[in-house]
Ligand binder design. Structure first.
Ligand code: SF4
Length: 377
């Protein structure tokens, strides 16, 4: 199917994904349309993955034009796309209508196709090893801007299928099977928008992705963890830990000064007690910074007896940064210590290093290019 461009400049149009179903029903009510029409449009947006209202089946002739006069289904403008040499990682830098930029990364695995999305443009948490942290905070994303990242990739995957293009060298899932809220930004610093996005994406009449296929990753905002513990949707929780004691964590994750480890671990224990769900601790392995075997012992003691899993990830290095990845030999030795203490541990392979797949890296690499392109946005 050929897609026509909206005639109006995108900047003047509202992001349709910012509407929940109730708001969409109200909008169509203003156009004298019945609620069933809104449900039809909703299915068109989230099931049919329409990129234009004119693609949605069975709408009255005048309705797509009316909707297109106010709303867009393409609120994000892809400005840089990069794929890794093995084509298993694909990253897109998007421009938002106000010129802010965000990144999303699609990663193909044997049985999963995981999309990592941004929840804020930039980040205020200031982790010194992270490209996004180094770039500072711009603004929160709206629910629709979070959802639109998912829809962009869902459409891309489907279009590849339609065009008979195999996106990967070997057969891989052809739809987004998992979403991690782990891109630019701290999800709990934009809690309401993130959960509004999750509700849209799990809606059974719409995109219908299972909550258990989603993971929210926080750097340790305790109020967010406690709030998530009582959410009805069974979304997974991951904690970016990176250090097993306060003196090191204060340096690597500055928000630790506000929510120190004792408070963070108590909140995680409360979360587990309430939900009975396992929590993942992410630990970016940085050479000589946080990868000693003594620290591995300390980490094992910290997590002892907890329903938890540790993901060790050799750091995706930022150009010019003193923080560098640990050697694989050190990662293996660190893993062995944790396992000896009975801590469930895996090593996560780094993806797309050559395309700057780490959070905020593509934006950083393309800052110069973007400054030129921004004038056109
Ligand atoms: S690691 Fe996460 S929380 Fe820390 S600065 Fe980067 S995006 Fe923000």
């Amino acid at each position: 199917m050929r897609r026509k461009e909206n005639q109006q400049p995108r900047e003047t149009l509202h992001n349709a994904f910012d509407l929940d179903l109730e708001a969409l029903i109200a909008e169509l009510g203003r156009l004298d349309e019945k609620p069933f029409r809104a449900r039809q449009v909703w299915r068109g947006m989230y099931r049919q993955l329409a990129a234009d209202f004119r693609e949605i089946h069975n709408l009255p002739r005048s309705l797509p034009a009316l909707l297109s006069a106010h709303f867009t289904l393409q609120p994000l403008r892809p400005i840089v796309t990069e794929a890794s040499a093995d084509r298993l990682t694909r990253k897109v830098l998007f421009a938002l209508p106000d010129g802010a930029t965000i990144e999303a990364v699609l990663m193909f695995y044997e049985k999963r196709c995981t999309l990592c999305v941004s929840t804020q443009a930039g980040c205020a948490m200031g982790c010194p090893f992270c490209a996004t942290g180094l770039g500072g905070f711009v603004r929160d994303l709206t629910p629709g801007e979070i959802v639109a990242q998912v829809l962009y990739f869902a459409r891309w995957l489907r279009r590849s299928q339609w065009d008979g293009i195999q996106p990967t060298p070997m057969p891989r899932p052809t739809r987004v099977t998992n979403i991690v809220f782990m891109g630019m930004g701290e999800p709990f610093a934009n809690y309401d928008a993130v959960w509004a996005a999750i509700r849209r994406l799990t809606d059974k009449a719409g995109f219908n992705l299972g909550a258990r296929r989603m993971t929210v990753s926080t750097v340790g905002l305790v109020p967010g963890i406690l709030r998530m513990a009582v959410e009805p949707l069974q979304v997974n929780l991951a904690i970016s830990l990176h250090a097993p004691n306060d003196s090191l964590r204060d340096r690597l994750v500055p928000i630790n000064r506000r929510y120190p480890l004792a408070e963070l671990i108590a909140a995680v224990r409360q979360y587990i007690a309430t939900t009975n769900r396992r929590v993942t601790f992410e630990y970016a392995m940085m050479r000589t910074i946080n990868d000693s075997l003594l620290l591995a012992e300390e980490l094992a003691v910290l997590l002892r007896g907890m329903l938890a899993h540790v993901n060790l990830i050799p750091l995706n290095p930022v150009a010019g940064s003193p923080y560098q990845p640990s050697s694989m030999k050190q990662v293996r030795a660190f893993t062995a210590v944790l396992r000896r203490h009975g801590v469930s541990t895996t090593v996560r392979l780094r993806r797309g290093i050559e395309i700057g797949a780490g959070c905020g890296q593509l934006k950083r690499q393309h800052a110069l290019q973007f400054n030129v392109q921004q004038k056109e946005v």
